[in-house]
Design a protein around this ligand. Sequence first.
Ligand SMILES: Nc1ncnc2c1ncn2[C@@H]1O[C@H](COP(=O)(O)OP(=O)(O)OP(=O)(O)O)[C@@H](O)[C@H]1O
Ligand SMILES: [Mg+2]
Length: 225
Amino acid sequence: MSGIHKTYHTGSVQAHVLRGISVEIKKNEYVAIMGPSGSGKSTLMNIMGFLDVHDAGEYLFDNRPVEGYDEEELAEIRNKRVGFVFQMFYLLPKMSALDNVKLPMLYANIPEKEQEERAKQALISVGLEDRMHHKPNELSGGQQQRVSIARALVNEPKVIFADEPTGNLDTHSGNEVMEIFTRLNREGKTIIMITHEDEIAAYTKRKIIIRDGLITSDEINHSQK
Ligand SMILES: Nc1ncnc2c1ncn2[C@@H]1O[C@H](COP(=O)(O)OP(=O)(O)OP(=O)(O)O)[C@@H](O)[C@H]1O
Ligand SMILES: [Mg+2]
């Protein structure tokens, strides 16, 4: 990203939220984005993950300017090349863990049997082999977040974006979630996550701090947990 700007317009009010963000994140990095509430972290992550668009500056994904991707390619990227994990989990309450994890494959043209197998493997990989048929309200917060990680993994994305994934979790569940991210990073995934907690950022290898829409600090974490 180079010189990325974003302004939100709400009625007559304008908020210049990103004011020239320049950053390069390479394959297999493990990055924490920190900064005060309202500084633009989620806005930046949503642009990085193709959930929103910037209005000035240049963004290259896989070395290609995002303006050059057509709608079909963007849909493919959103569905298969990036995975999202959010603070609020966003699981469908009436569906089992297994069915929630199958959702991203709905439009991926994958045979039912393979969908089932891949969803099971994803749930096993986050330690939920014995909770597959539970509904979200029958799971703890940490388990629900692990279901949402399995859902993010099921189409085998290269990049995982996580916006305060431990924000609603107790310390123990938060650490469990971070151990999963650390393992995924060792297995080759690029992980970019927002957090307010230093203990959570300590798991990552690089810490970027944003204030008022600008990067004010970008450092390697030499003592990764
Ligand atoms: N869709 C939107 N429309 C208008 N303003 C928005 C929109 N999304 C965010 N904002 C504003 O942009 C600013 C940055 O929001 P953003 O969500 O990126 O902050 P953040 O750093 O993620 O904060 P937090 O730590 O509280 O999650 C805030 O002032 C917010 O009110
Ligand atoms: Mg946010």
